[in-house]
Design a protein around this ligand. Structure first.
Ligand code: TZP
Ligand code: MG
Length: 210
């Protein structure tokens, strides 16, 4: 998959009164290079419509588009890939369906990261690093310890997620992450573009100091 550093996930509850496409476009303008549509509440047909709109948007910006959970929708709109959790379809089965599309897997412990790498995941999510309000069935924070473990051992790309804010992202970068994912801090910002730019600046500064 294409290299990336800032991964924004949708969270419409964080921007009441503002449209999904408008907010995600600002994130792209600020330097986000992956957008994931994550919608656990809407009817499937509504998720499909959102996916179509975000597919069109991400193509215009040359950004990667990932759909959470809905493999059928990812295929229908020709997304770049899908993101799956530990309780979703196993990677081997998902691979039969999506072929060479990107498959990302959420992991919460090094055994899960090793398994995802062995199974052929294209990238893994590592988190939640800090407490988060954005996920309902969330597991206990894995802390930056887990980031360091993954950075030392796992060779596929990994992205840190969960409670990451501009004020704590440096800890995550120092622990060895070079790709950051956020929902609320980005899409809930009163300046989505500026917040994205600030994340990118911090990620770049950490890369330079390595
Ligand atoms: N997976 C692990 S934590 C999380 C997901 C989807 C939520 C991250 O949201 P936020 O608002 O950046 O804490
Ligand atoms: Mg899922």
């Amino acid at each position: 998959m294409k290299e990336f550093k800032l991964y924004a996930i949708t969270g419409e509850q964080f921007h009441p009164g503002r449209g999904l496409v408008e907010v995600m476009e600002e994130a792209l303008q600020g330097g986000c290079d992956i957008i994931q549509l994550r919608d656990k509440k809407s009817a499937k047909r509504d998720v499909l419509h959102k996916a179509r709109a975000l597919r069109e948007l991400t193509l215009r910006y040359g950004a990667t588009f990932i759909v959470n959970d809905h493999i059928d929708i990812a295929l229908a709109v020709d997304a770049d890939g899908i993101h799956l959790g530990q309780d979703d379809l196993p990677l081997a089965e998902a691979r039969k369906i999506v072929g060479s599309k990107i498959i990302g897997i959420s992991t919460h412990a090094i055994e899960e990261a090793r398994q995802a790498e062995r199974d052929g995941a294209d990238y893994i999510g590592v988190g939640p690093i800090f407490p988060t309000q954005s996920k309902e069935d969330v597991v206990a924070p894995v802390t930056t310890e887990y980031v360091s473990q993954v950075a030392a051992e796992i060779r596929i790309p990994f992205v840190a997620i969960g409670g990451i804010k501009l004020h704590n992202v440096d800890q995550v970068l120092q622990a060895g992450a070079s790709r950051i994912c956020a929902i609320s801090e980005i899409v809930g910002s009163s300046d989505v573009r500026g917040t994205s730019q600030s994340f990118v600046a911090k990620i770049d500064a950490a890369a330079r100091s390595r």
